[in-house]
Design a protein around this ligand. Structure first.
Ligand code: PXL
Length: 286
């Protein structure tokens, strides 16, 4: 019919995420990141948030059946090279997503366990965390928690419900132990990010069943960023879709994310937004 019929589509990544009207985090961040890497994003809306760059005011979870229907229509139509899951919004939605992805066990799955916003507004409760652990972790290729999320997930939901671990606390389990626990819960790899830890550098570590795969240290940038975790997880899914193995994709995703943070801008009164299109905008004055 036309020449466009012959064009090869870019690698396709299916994203499950909540929308963020600021464009800083969530689905919008994922789509921008994937587009920037040369992938095509299929976008399944799991929730709608009300927020600005300062914090999240409210969110409305999408009905679980609607989430599954959105996903199934595109999965049956197009070849998906990787799946990325961000904010989910309800326990029912976790179950629905787990059921859909279980039909596609060969597609690598990146799970960003979104538990709260950058400001700390809760985006998941204990029940949702338990569902993530039971239903999605065993299907996950790479889990991408920050150190706070890693500790909360590894600590489990049983013993000490109300008390979150303070990252400065002497009691805080070592992240290597957290990684081992998370791997034991069934995911293949865990990439724990260290921005919330102390230190001049941010150290991110990739683990698998044998322990540390690699550890990378990055110059700590001064801002507070909205959507850095979404950017990292999507970039990782994108590099997997482009054919890299997990170890290489994790490195490339960190390098890309660090660049987006280095070029971040502050469009409102709150956090900085990573510039996923930094290579289009060119270098700015600091
Ligand atoms: O950065 C985590 C995140 C993911 N998804 C949505 C969000 C946020 C943080 O605010 O709003 C929709």
């Amino acid at each position: 019919m036309s020449a466009s019929v012959a064009n090869t589509p870019p690698p396709i990544v299916l994203v499950f995420a909540g929308t963020d009207p600021t464009g800083g985090a969530g689905l919008q961040a994922d789509i921008l990141t994937l587009a920037s890497l040369g992938c095509h994003a299929l976008s399944v809306v799991t929730a709608v948030t009300v927020q600005d760059t300062v914090g999240v005011d409210d969110f409305l979870p999408m009905e679980a059946e609607w989430i599954a229907d959105q996903a199934r229509s595109v999965l049956e139509d197009m070849p998906v090279a990787a799946i990325k899951i961000g904010m989910i919004g309800s326990v029912e939605a976790v179950a629905a997503i787990a059921e859909v992805v279980s039909d596609y066990p060969d597609i690598p799955l990146v799970l960003d366990p979104v538990l709260s916003s950058g400001r700390g507004d809760p985006l998941a409760n204990e029940e949702l965390m338990a569902a993530l652990i039971d239903l999605l972790l065993p299907q996950t290729t790479v889990l991408t928690p920050n150190s706070i999320e890693a500790r909360r997930l590894a600590e489990g939901v049983g013993d000490d419900d109300e008390e979150e671990l303070d990252t400065d606390s002497e009691e805080a389990p070592d992240l290597v132990d957290c990684a081992r626990e998370l791997i034991d819960l069934g995911c293949e790899f865990v990439l724990i990010t260290g921005a919330h830890e102390q230190g001049a550098e941010v150290v991110n570590t990739l683990y698998n069943t044998r322990g540390v795969v690699h550890r990378q240290a990055w110059e700590r940038l001064p801002g507070s960023y909205h959507g850095s975790g979404c950017t990292l997880a999507s970039a990782l899914a994108g590099f997997l879709a482009l054919g890299q193995d997990v170890a290489e994709a994790a490195k490339e995703a960190q390098a890309y994310t660090w660049q987006t943070l280095k070029h971040a801008y502050r469009p409102g009164m709150g956090q900085f937004i990573p510039d996923r299109m930094y290579w289009v905008h060119g270098d700015d004055e600091e």
